[in-house]
Design a binder for this molecule. Sequence first.
Ligand code: ZN
Length: 137
Amino acid sequence: MSETAVNGACLSICEQCKKPMRAGFHKRYCSDHCRLVAWAGRQAMLPLEPPAAPVQPLKVGPTTAQIQASQKAQTVKVLTMLQDAGPRGVSTGDFLGSYIGRFSARIGELRAVGWTITGKRESEHSWRFVLEGSDHV
Ligand SMILES: [Zn+2]
């Protein structure tokens, strides 16, 4: 509370609007309005504790880019091979024999849109991939 003498009378100055108010009020602010404005100003300066965390988007499904990748000709070919093979699966050699060199990237694109494809190592250089549920197709 700041006080000042005006014409010999002791007046208080509102800390918000800086207007003189009647002496003897022993308040910091002249009105509820000034008290609320000052309070709001103090809130804006308070540090956020804990600091605001970045909002994590919910994973609700594949992105447009992932869907487009899963529809590339080679990716569709990999899916067709897996569907046709059923539980027997498709081996590394089968993919390479069909000239799909980057089959693991294509499998990654299919997994991104929701296909469950398991991979089992059969030997040092060969894997066998099975489309989950393909025995029901
Ligand atoms: Zn005031």
